[in-house]
Every structure is written in structure tokens, then in C-alpha cells.
Design a protein around this ligand. Structure first.
Ligand SMILES: Cc1cc2nc3c(=O)[nH]c(=O)nc-3n(C[C@H](O)[C@H](O)[C@H](O)COP(=O)(O)O)c2cc1C
Length: 202
């Protein structure tokens, strides 16, 4: 059986980052349940590569490799800091570069960090609709953390740690049900490409 691939996408633009810490904790929790390789795409590091082009065609090879890793993943963990009540513009640009059919059926865990609890539903009214546009299967439990949930960039809130385990349980169950989505997605995507489907809104 092929080793599954779990990719974390952290939309923070600076480092150190609580968002990155949260995404890494989720990756570790899933990896305790599923035989998988994990990788993290941290926009504070690779942002310049992905933000350098307005369209995928104009992207350098290194950027294309990153997008392909996202599209080939069996499970995505998508995390963002809240910027002006939403995900970061940089994270949105990455999603704008992805092929619109490339995440269909892919399980995804949503995570965000913010400066205040007031934006705790950003996963529900910003991130979840974005992933739903791509027809990804987002797990019901999403994660939100503020500065008070961390000590020295380590998770220090037991309730948050339990939610991470619950989200990982849900994702592992979805992965078992779907058996991984890579081959199915690749086939569907190849069909649509062959029939000349254009990228754009669904
Ligand atoms: C440009 C900018 C806009 C922000 N807007 C919000 C906001 O609307 N709501 C909020 O709760 N926090 C906001 N914050 C705070 C960050 O979301 C918070 O500090 C986050 O945990 C930072 O994540 P990071 O450590 O991964 O960079 C903002 C921070 C920046 C830099």
C-alpha cells in the first residue's frame, strides 16, 4: 500500500508562528493514527515563491512543485492567522493558484489563530466555505487558538489539545473511508483536463 501523504499549509507570514505550531500539532496527531508521511508548507518561508506570480503558468518551477504537493496530498491541514477578520491574503493567493478540481474529495482539517476570541468562528465563515468551493471534505471539528493557549510557542491549553485529537480522529476515519483520494482525483482531473475544462468558478 502506498504511504499516505499529509500536507500542512500554514498561512502565516512571519516566524515564529503560533499558526505553524498549531498546524504541526495537528500533523503529529494525525500521524499517530495513520501510516503517513507529513510535510509542512509555511508561507513565511516559501511565500515569496508562491506570491511571485499572478497565475500558475507564470510560476517558477519551485512554486509548481509546492502546489503539486498540495494537490497530491491525501489529507490537508490548513491553518491561518486571522488577518482583518479572515485568512491571510497570501493563503488565499495559494488557493487561487490551485486547480479548482484538485482538492475534490480530499479530507481537510481547518485551523486558525487570532489575537482575540472574537474571531473564533473564522474557520466556519471563512476557511470552510473556501474549502467547500474546492469540494474538499472538511472534518467537523475545527481549531482556533489565541495567544493565551500557548506558552513560549507550545500549546498550553488542555481543551485545545483535546480538540486536536478529536479533529485527528475524524480525519483518520475519513481517510479510512476514502482510502486516500489521490488516484481518484488524478483520474477525474485528467478527464476534465482532457475535455478542455477551464479553470474558474464552479
Ligand atoms: C495584519 C494583521 C491583522 C490582524 N487581524 C486580526 C483580526 O482581525 N482578528 C484577530 O483576532 N487577530 C488579528 N490579528 C492577530 C493575529 O491573528 C494573531 O496574532 C495570530 O495568532 C498571529 O499568528 P502567527 O503567530 O501565526 O503569525 C492580526 C494580525 C496582523 C499582523
Amino acid at each position: 500500500m502506498t504511504l499516505r501523504s499529509i500536507v500542512g499549509l500554514a498561512g502565516n507570514l512571519t516566524s515564529p508562528s503560533r499558526t505553524r505550531v498549531l498546524v504541526e500539532a495537528v500533523l503529529e496527531a494525525v500521524q499517530r493514527r495513520v501510516d503517513a508521511s507529513t510535510g509542512l508548507i509555511d508561507l513565511s518561508t516559501v511565500g515569496p515563491v508562491l506570491l511571485s506570480a499572478p497565475t500558475r503558468d507564470a510560476l517558477a518551477r519551485a512554486g509548481e512543485v509546492l502546489l503539486s504537493r498540495i494537490e497530491a496530498a491525501d489529507l490537508l491541514v490548513v491553518g491561518t492567522p486571522v488577518y482583518r477578520a479572515s485568512y491571510t491574503g497570501a493563503l488565499k493567493h495559494v488557493f487561487d493558484l490551485l486547480h479548482k478540481d484538485s482538492l475534490a474529495g480530499k479530507p481537510a482539517i481547518l485551523a486558525a489563530t487570532g489575537g482575540s476570541a472574537l474571531h473564533g468562528l473564522v474557520t466556519e465563515h471563512q476557511l470552510r466555505p473556501l474549502l467547500t468551493f474546492f469540494n474538499a471534505h472538511t472534518v467537523p471539528t475545527s481549531l482556533y487558538a489565541t495567544e493565551a493557549d500557548f506558552t513560549a510557542y507550545r500549546i498550553a491549553n488542555a481543551a485545545l489539545a483535546r480538540r486536536i485529537e478529536r479533529a485527528a480522529d475524524e480525519a483518520a476515519a475519513l481517510l479510512t473511508m476514502t482510502g486516500g483520494t489521490r488516484s481518484l482525483d488524478a483520474a477525474v482531473f485528467a478527464d476534465r483536463e482532457a475535455s478542455g475544462a477551464q479553470h474558474g468558478s464552479a
